[in-house]
Design a protein around this ligand. Structure first.
Ligand code: PLP
Length: 374
């Protein structure tokens, strides 16, 4: 396959080589079922226990608070549907994994309210008390997947504690960019997904703070302390723990380097593409996120043309079908439909190089120009 410039790390990241190597080794050599009694099983269980300890240490939790799941979406569903709640407040910029789960709970009779965000995509904390009474559960993401805004999680956590609300944090986009320990500290539930930080797809985790009770979504053999039945994906979990450790170890250095690349990319686009504006100021967002709106350009056409030019980009949220819709996140921030339709999300990661930025800056202005002339 031709080498393309990959600027879609918020969608998924390439696996860290160390994680990939460990995963392959576990799959081929340590394939035992961790729930059994014989030697092979014991080996697998040791690997699972070790991975649990290591992942717990990275996120600042106790090992027994970790529930391994199949993905971020499952972790979020487990926290929301597994809590006995009648009312839920979600921010206006949540991922569909939270938004659609809340909608489903609403159809079953729960009260669902939306917490507004400001023009920079930051949750209006005051609205929690101002717009409605206390709710059973509040769900807010730590880092937005479209525009990259970092949310005031600790402040929201304090409010929830005062109100007696359970607090769920979607930290799926966070672990790469921020130390998640203070988040886990204030949340009752925190959701993670391995493929967003150099681990494999199909593995996630939910941190359930001590004493919080959840009803499982999956019943069966009682794995994960009766909270998620099903034989654990030992290889994937081992790889996730390694990826999390490496991410945590390298975060400060990686973030500084990637932030410099992101700044060069955005400055270059704003300078060389007429009508290109940065959607959110950089000081409110994570280092790897670049999001712009380009006047008079349709995202779908731009993405296809960029793909032909070997640049992998996104417009924000994509449905499973790959079809794009006007982003509710951008609309919630007060961006007009016309502007939102011209959005371009470029997300960088640990494998992004100066050469990638050079190639993107060479390709994007030309592609936009060509689209405008055609
Ligand atoms: N939450 C956020 C913020 C995300 O960006 C994603 C994935 O894009 C998810 C949840 C869902 O994670 P997963 O793909 O592991 O189900």
């Amino acid at each position: 396959m031709a080498k393309s410039v990959y600027l879609d790390h918020a969608a998924t990241t390439p696996m860290r080589p160390e994680a990939l190597e460990a995963m392959a080794r576990v799959l081929s050599e340590d394939f035992g079922n961790p729930s059994g009694v014989h030697k092979r099983s014991r080996q697998a269980r040791e690997l699972l226990d070790d991975a649990r300890d290591r992942f717990a240490s990275v996120v600042g939790a106790s090992p027994h608070e970790i529930v391994f799941t199949g993905c971020g979406t499952e972790s979020l569903n487990l926290a929301m549907r597994g809590s006995a709640i009648n009312s839920v407040a979600i921010s206006a910029i949540e991922h569909d994994a939270v938004r659609e789960t809340a909608a489903a709970m609403g159809r079953l009779g729960a009260t669902v309210v939306e917490i507004p965000v400001d023009g920079e995509g930051v949750v209006d904390v005051g609205a929690l008390d101002r717009d409605h009474g206390p709710v059973d559960l509040v769900a807010v993401m730590a880092v937005n997947n479209e525009v990259g805004t970092v949310q005031p999680i600790e402040e929201i956590g304090r409010r929830c504690a005062l109100d007696g609300s359970l607090f769920l944090v979607d930290a799926v986009q966070a672990l790469t960019w921020v130390d998640v320990r203070p988040i886990v500290e204030v949340a009752d539930f925190t959701a993670f997904s391995a493929h967003k930080f150099g681990g494999p797809k199909g593995v996630g985790a939910l941190v359930v703070r001590g004493g919080r009770v959840i009803e499982p979504l999956l019943y069966g053999g009682g794995q994960e302390q009766e909270r998620r039945s099903g034989t654990q994906n030992v290889a994937g979990i081992v790889a996730m723990a390694i990826a999390a450790e490496l991410t945590d170890r390298d975060r400060v250095v990686d973030t500084a380097r990637i932030s410099r690349l992101r700044d060069r990319l955005v400055d270059g686009l704003v300078a060389h593409v007429t009508g290109c504006v940065e959607t959110v100021p950089r000081h409110v967002k994570v280092a790897g996120s670049a999001h712009v709106c380009i006047e008079g350009i349709a995202s779908e056409e731009l993405l296809v043309a960029l793909d032909h030019a070997d640049v992998c980009a996104s417009a924000g949220s994509a449905c499973a079908s790959g079809a794009l819709h006007v982003s509710p996140v951008l609309l919630a921030m007060g961006i007009t439909k016309e502007q939102a339709l011209g959005s371009l999300r470029l997300t960088l990661g640990t494998t992004t190089t100066d050469a990638d930025i050079d190639a993107a800056l060479a390709a994007i202005p030309l592609v936009v120009d060509r689209l405008r002339r055609s």
